[in-house]
Write a protein that binds this ligand. Structure first.
Ligand code: PMP
Length: 377
């Protein structure tokens, strides 16, 4: 039976991406691999609108976050951490394990981070040299307004701004250079429609200068070591990379760029808007109340008088895999991802399955979803 994978990573892979990953192996110290790496670099730079390299690390998103933490923070370093959910907390925890000292700003789950509040927080904690933010909080489906948050922080004396973009890059706008981000950590298995296993890290020129004279305690995650290999005569990874995943990422980037960045991002937003309209018509509540802060990649919802885990179990029986809540939302919400290039038919299939799990009848959930689908996103 065909199953539909709607978890927020890993996501279903386009057939051409799967086929690319199945190619015959090539050595990782040969011209073919250097060429593949250069190709992937060019496409990533295009997607992020940057000119400095993207370091590709064989790891999941957590590894990419760890790479930022171990390169920028040492024992006793003070950092400011803004969290609105499980993954903001994780980034903080990784930094704490580097023996760095946090100052925390916590926003309730389901709410977005406000630019003015972050600006105020940074002003009051000017001894913190690093600020950690999450763009898309996957545990709640909140998209934080990173561009506006950074714009609200006065340019002089800005800390190094590190952003967890694990569940945003590839699926929604993320222009780190243009927005003033210093470090981005992301991963292959969500917005990039690639199997799990690649962590991607981008740094600004200011960030590369900041770490120039710092000694990284980790070999595996030493970004300067990665950069040196990447900028050598034959670009490579410092150690054996998962070559198949590079083939897959290269193909997935082709799919996204062939559509065009803006069009691709708009399509994900359109699906999210139409899904929200359908869910609300069916009587579900969206966890994120502010519509502008809803993620184009993952939607969290619940039913006031129903057991969400029972609904998920029914969906699973129908062949649809969703994710549940995490942390304090465990057992309380359903999360459905939409990083893929889903069509109207995919959406109506999902809403139809949800219709079959709830007691409501005679509601025009498909008509309402269709109206949103046909609106300009
Ligand atoms: N940050 C965010 C925002 C995430 O969504 C995830 C994965 N769900 C992670 C970090 C951790 O990534 P991984 O599971 O790939 O290690």
């Amino acid at each position: 039976m065909k199953r539909y994978l709607l978890t927020p990573g890993p996501v279903e892979l386009p057939e051409s991406v799967r086929a690319a990953a199945a190619q015959e192996m090539i050595g990782h110290r040969c011209a073919d691999f250097s060429q593949l790496l250069n190709q992937v670099e060019d496409k990533l730079k295009n997607l992020l609108n940057v000119s400095t390299p993207v370091v590709i690390i064989p790891s999941s998103g957590t590894g990419a976050l760890e790479a930022l933490a171990v390169n920028f923070l040492d024992e006793g370093d003070k950092f400011a951490s803004v969290s609105c959910g499980v993954f903001g907390n994780r980034f903080r925890e990784i930094a704490i394990r580097c023996k760095a000292v946090p100052t925390c700003m916590d926003v309730p789950m389901g709410k977005a981070v406000s630019p003015e509040d972050v600006a105020d927080f940074v002003k009051k904690n000017s001894e913190c040299k690093v600020l950690m933010l999450t763009q898309n909080e996957t545990s709640t489906g909140v998209l934080n307004p990173i561009k506006e948050i950074i714009a609200a922080i006065p340019y002089d004396n800005r800390p190094i701004i590190l952003v967890d973009a694990v569940s945003s890059a590839g699926a929604m706008e993320l222009y780190p250079h243009d927005w003033g981000i210093d470090g981005v950590a992301t991963a292959s298995q969500k917005g990039f429609l690639t199997p799990p296993g690649l962590g991607l890290v981008w740094l600004s020129q200011k960030a590369w200068s900041y770490i120039e004279n710092r000694k990284c305690r980790s070999y595996y995650f030493d970004l300067k070591l990665h950069l040196k290999e990447l900028q050598g005569k034959s670009p490579a990874n410092p150690y054996t990379p998962p070559v198949s995943l590079y083939f897959a990422l290269d193909k997935a980037l082709d799919i996204i760029l062939a559509e065009g960045r803006d069009k691709w991002f708009k399509s994900r937003r359109r699906y999210a808007n139409a899904l929200a309209a359908g869910l609300e018509s069916l009587g579900f509540k969206l966890l994120v109340k502010e519509t502008a802060m809803r993620s184009p990649g993952v939607t969290a919802f619940y039913a006031e008088n129903a057991d969400t885990e029972a609904i998920r179990a029914k969906l699973s029986q129908m062949g649809i895999d969703t994710a549940g809540g995490q942390g304090e939302l465990k057992g309380k919400i359903i999360r459905a991802a939409h990083y893929n290039d889903f069509t109207w038919t995919d959406l109506s299939l999902f809403l139809g399955a949800l219709y079959a799990t709830v007691g409501v009848r005679n509601v025009d959930f498909l008509g309402n979803a269709w109206n949103k689908w046909t609106e300009e996103a």
